[in-house]
Design a protein around this ligand. Structure first.
Ligand code: C5P
Length: 230
């Protein structure tokens, strides 16, 4: 149960996270097409919610900003539900200046529909073309605003060239650490309770973790973040 996990994982983390403000984003965004349809992705929110819950148990002041998810917001966490990437961006930017640590586990849609229809689109033609335009990269913007006391962690879900892409994002987005997971593996990534991850840090080190539950991994990720801040 949660308390047993705390005792075990409390040893890993060594110290508490009391006095720290942590912002976590989770789940996937939804980009509207018309009043009844959207473009979404397979992110469940499990990894981000597990991180938010673990951090709250360790005493951090946690804000969780989540796209639509079937999960219950963890106890003791300030929770905001959002839909689109632009809604998420607005809230994240509002909360960011007061935060010590930001962990962006959300699967933010890279594109949104350019002309969202006011009315339900009718099936008149054999083909329908949706034009997509690029969403802002929330994490990259945070990387540009980051202050010395702030630690920024991103996720990289890839189906190929995992380490190469993850390393590129770590640098381009000015992150302190990136959690890389190969979502083509059945026990990893979207909508499962386990994950297979590698942690890449700015010093070039790569830590490969064995298959574990997302709840356990949450404590390990927080432990490594705390070590980066020492
Ligand atoms: O570039 P990519 O989408 O793979 O990067 C993943 C990381 O960037 C995740 O931490 C995700 O939350 C964040 N991201 C973001 N805004 C976007 C796209 C990704 O914050 N528009």
């Amino acid at each position: 149960d949660g308390n047993t996990m705390d005792n075990t994982m409390g040893n890993i983390i060594g110290s508490t996270m009391q006095g720290l403000k942590l912002l976590v984003t989770a789940a996937g965004t939804r980009e509207p097409i018309d009043p009844v349809r959207y473009i979404g992705n397979r992110s469940s929110g499990k990894m981000g919610y597990a991180i938010a819950e673990a951090a709250a148990r360790l005493g951090a002041e946690v804000t969780l900003i989540s796209g639509p998810s079937a999960l219950q917001p963890p106890a003791g966490v300030e929770f905001f539900g959002v839909e689109s990437a632009r809604e998420m961006r607005q809230l994240v930017q509002e909360k960011f200046p007061a935060c010590d640590i930001v962990i962006k586990a959300a699967a933010v849609a890279d594109y949104r529909v350019k002309n969202v229809s006011d009315q339900k689109i009718k099936k008149n033609d054999a083909e329908l073309t949706l034009v997509l335009e690029k969403n802002p990269d929330i994490l990259k913007e945070l990387g540009e605003m980051k202050q010395p006391h702030q630690t920024l962690v991103g996720f990289a879900a890839e189906t190929q060239n995992l380490l190469q892409y993850a390393k590129g994002k770590l640098e381009k987005k000015n992150l302190d650490m990136i959690v890389a997971n190969d979502v083509s593996k059945p026990q990893a990534g979207f909508n499962v309770d386990t994950n297979l991850i590698k942690l890449l840090k700015r010093d070039g080190s790569i830590e490969e973790l064995p298959l574990m539950s997302k709840k356990e991994l949450a404590y390990i990720i927080l432990d490594r973040v705390m070590k980066l801040r020492k």
